[in-house]
Write a protein of this length. Structure first.
Length: 210
């Protein structure tokens, strides 16, 4: 147990600090306060400017997104922040995001088709958007027990160019999983819980579900 704690501590230190974290329901901090201040000044009903991304802030963001031709998901990602006029952090973090996604793709699906590789990255990004998971790419990938490639060290294998390309395609919006937040290999999965999840699709050896 002590060795596991030490390993997780080391991994946490290694995580790039500039990996971009999306502001969404439950987020707190100065970025949330800035979002609230801008939206309130434009007449959106965000309630109190308190730096807490609550349901009112989420609703206001959705309305702002609708008014500006964006997907109304209530998440203040790079495109939404850019429209609001706040720093997106996208350029400085993009290289780190691509590298980290490519590594998890390599560890989890380097033997899969290209679509299957993109699908792994898409699941990571879908989790970032989901309230039940950490709100950053690094947080999702290094969540304890989330990915076998992290547990067994395969994430440290140098990715192929295909993995990097797949990471970029997923970051650019390609999601062949239909919004899935879980996946498993039915040939090797032993968890009855994961097998009980509603299935969206199967790509190669992996079943994708919600």
């Amino acid at each position: 147990m002590k060795k596991l704690i030490i390993l997780l501590t080391i991994l946490a230190i290694m995580i790039p600090c500039n990996v971009y974290a999306l502001s969404k329901l439950g987020s707190t901090g100065s970025e949330v306060r800035n979002i609230q201040t801008r939206l309130k000044s434009w007449g959106y009903n965000i309630g109190t400017v308190d730096g807490i991304y609550g349901t009112r802030t989420e609703s206001a963001v959705k309305q702002f997104q609708r008014n500006n031709g964006l997907t109304p998901d209530g998440i203040a990602g790079p495109a939404t922040l850019a429209k609001i006029g706040l720093p997106t952090g996208a350029s400085s973090s993009n290289s780190s995001n691509v590298n980290l996604l490519a590594r998890v793709i390599s560890g989890e699906a380097r033997g899969e088709s290209y679509t299957g590789q993109v699908a792994i990255a898409a699941v990571v990004l879908n989790r970032v958007k989901h309230s039940s998971f950490p709100n950053s790419i690094s947080g999702v990938i290094y969540q304890p027990g989330a990915f076998t490639a992290v547990s067994d060290g395969q994430i440290n294998i140098t990715p192929t160019q295909s993995c990097y390309n797949a990471a970029r395609d997923a970051l650019n919006g390609w999601d062949p999983t239909g919004g899935s937040i879980y996946y498993y290999n039915p040939q090797t999965a032993t968890s009855s819980w994961i097998r009980s999840r509603p299935i969206i699709t199967q790509i190669g050896k992996h079943v994708f579900c919600i």
